[in-house]
Design a protein around this ligand. Structure first.
Ligand code: ADP
Ligand code: ADP
Ligand code: ZN
Length: 213
C-alpha cells in the first residue's frame, strides 16, 4: 500500500503517518526528517536545504525529488510506504507518478488532513521535535512523560527554528500557493480521502483506519 499524507504544516501528517506505519507495518518517509538529519550531520545536502527551510520556503524540486526517489528505491519500500511531506508541489507529484507508472505501480490513497490556519499557529508553537529519532510531541496535546525529553530515545526536544511564529506565516502562504493544488490533483485521480484534522489524534486515526481498511 502506497499512501500520501497531504495537509498544511502542523496539520498532523507526521503524527498520523507514524500511527499508520505502526499499524500497517510500513516505512514512514518524511522528506523534512531526511533534511533535518542531514542538517544535524552537517552534510552538503543539509547546508543547501537549510537555507530554504529557515525561511519557510520549499527546498527546490530537483533536489527534493532526487532524495525521495533514492529513498523509495530501498528494499524496505518494496511493499509500500507512507509519504509524509512529499509531494509538496505539482511537479513533485508528476515525477512520482511517472516513476511509479514505469514500475507498473501507483499511489493508492492521498489522505488530506484538513485543519484551518487558525488552529495551525497553536499547533506549531507547541510542537516539540526530537531531531535524533523524528518523534513529535506537543506541550499541551501530546506532552512527553518527562518535560523536554524524548520518550523514545531520551534526546532533548527542540522547538524547530521554522516553527517560530514569523516563519509559520510564510510556510502557510507557501502551503496555500504551492501545495494546496495537490488536493485537486489527487481528487481528479479519484484517490483523495478527506479527513477532519481538528479532532483528537485518536479520532483522526480512527477515521483513517476506516478508509484504509
Ligand atoms: P511540517 O511537518 O511542518 O509539514 P516538514 O518537516 O515536512 O514540515 O518540512 C520542513 C521543511 O522541509 C519544509 O518547510 C520545507 O522547507 C522542507 N521540505 C520538506 N519536504 C519538502 C518537499 N517535499 N519539497 C520541498 N521542501 C520540502
Ligand atoms: P505535520 O507533520 O503535519 O507538520 P505534526 O504531526 O508534527 O504535523 O503535528 C503538529 C503538532 O500538533 C505536533 O506538536 C503534534 O503533537 C500536534 N498534533 C497533531 N495532531 C493533533 C491533533 N489531532 N490534535 C492536537 N494536536 C495535534
Ligand atoms: Zn527521540
Amino acid at each position: 500500500m502506497k499512501i500520501i499524507m497531504l495537509g498544511a504544516p502542523g496539520a498532523g501528517k507526521g503524527t498520523q503517518a507514524e500511527m499508520i506505519c505502526e499499524k500497517y507495518k510500513l516505512p514512514h518517509i518524511s522528506t523534512g526528517d531526511i533534511f533535518r538529519a542531514n542538517i544535524k550531520n552537517g552534510t552538503e545536502l543539509g547546508k543547501e536545504a537549510k537555507q530554504y527551510m529557515d525561511k519557510g520556503l520549499l527546498v527546490p524540486d530537483e533536489l527534493t525529488v532526487k532524495i525521495l526517489l533514492d529513498r523509495v528505491a530501498k528494499d524496505d519500500c518494496k511493499d509500500g510506504y507512507v509519504l509524509d511531506g512529499f509531494p509538496r508541489t505539482i511537479p513533485q507529484a508528476e515525477v512520482l507518478d511517472k516513476e511509479l507508472t514505469k514500475l507498473g505501480d501507483k499511489v493508492d490513497f492521498a489522505i488530506n488532513v484538513d485543519v484551518p490556519d487558525e488552529n495551525i499557529i497553536n499547533r506549531m508553537g507547541g510542537r516539540r521535535a526530537c531531531v535524533n529519532c523524528g518523534a513529535t510531541y506537543h506541550v499541551q496535546f501530546a506532552p512527553p512523560a518527562k518535560e523536554n525529553i524524548c520518550d523514545k530515545c531520551g534526546n532533548t526536544l527542540i522547538l524547530r527554528d521554522d516553527d517560530k511564529p514569523e516563519t509559520v506565516k510564510n510556510r502557510l502562504d507557501v502551503y496555500h500557493k504551492q501545495t494546496q493544488p495537490l488536493i485537486e490533483y489527487y481528487g481528479n485521480k479519484g484517490i483523495l480521502k478527506e479527513v477532519d484534522g481538528t479532532v483528537s489524534m485518536n479520532e483522526v486515526f480512527e477515521r483513517i483506519v476506516s478508509i484504509l481498511g
